[in-house]
Design a protein around this ligand. Sequence first.
Ligand code: MG
Length: 415
Amino acid sequence: MSIKGKRNEPGALAGEAREGGYPPHLRRLAAYAVDPALSRGRLYPEPVDPTRSLYQRDRDRILHSAAFRRLNYKTQVFIYHEGDHYRSRLTHSLEVAQIARSIARTLRVDEDLAEALALAHDLGHPPFGHAGERALDAAMQVAGNFDHNAQSLRVVTALERRYANFDGLNLTWETLEGLVKHNGPLLGPVATAPVPDQILAYCARHDLELATYASLEAQAAALADDIAYNNHDIDDGYRAGLVGLDELAEVPIVRAMLETVRAAYPGISGGRLLNEMNRRLISAMIEDVIAETSRQLETLAPRSADDVRHAGRAMVAFSETMRAGVDELRAFLHTRVYRHARIERIMREAGSVVRDLFVRYSADPFSLPAEWREQAPEPGTQGYARHVADFIAGQTDRFALEEHRRLFDATPDLR
Ligand code: MG
């Protein structure tokens, strides 16, 4: 294509002949972005990296962690062996990162920080998704509780053991703050639940200021999570045969998008129709978030990242109309996909695998692999229970099933 032709493309700016360049207004970060030059730093000071910003480095540490690789064999909705096309927690996290970066870039906030938070947000999930978390939380009532968000913090501050000078990844204050508060403040009037002990214990050493909101970067990553799973679970639910196009059309925002696609491509059907609907729905949600957030930013006019933290409400948000549409979609996915009889049966069995492992490791320290046994606190104590929970939470679906087969006569095959 000639340069002349490119200049005539809609959206191209004057002087912007090179494909892929950012338009000038997106080249600099906004005043309300988190600025790595003003970071509150790491708990253990480290020399500056000559080529990467603090948040690029945080993102890279997350990407290189063992916990991140294990997300590959952890359930999002479907157990890993049900098929190669379904999302795992790893591919889910990558999709969240893509959406978080799109939002962050358009809002002119730090894309690397948003990406780091997206990649790290599910690191604390135990095997078998929410069924695994419920079973582990029930088992842990003897010693506090189990919460995947608190566990994500524990993974990046204690359980990854790769560096000579510290446990964990020694991430910056801003990344840790975003990880812990991505859904809003944990203390104060809007807090919805008691703060998990694990988070309080960490904050006693490194105060993450639990009563304020997190940065726009963290808020973008949190909403990107909503956009990613609500859309990919439509796709996975359809592929698994749990919901058909006619059923999906019961959801108003899905129906509207299906009609748009059919109008543009009469005769389109099946997976291609679903995908054309899905990609438009993702774009519509991202564009809605950007428009609504821009309105919020105009009204509240934050002049720094700290203004965002003290604004008293989240600024990255869906419009009211889109929020209502997303809520209807979420309710549909709950009843038709997550609580589908087939999924529920498998998840009940998965919960029993986690429960069995917890009981066995708790009763018999010699059932733990040597490495975990050697580091274990005194059996019968709360510390020992937490150690067992850490071990189980780090397991993949695959490893948990192997462990169950090693320790028990009969293991459900979760199919
Ligand atoms: Mg997630």
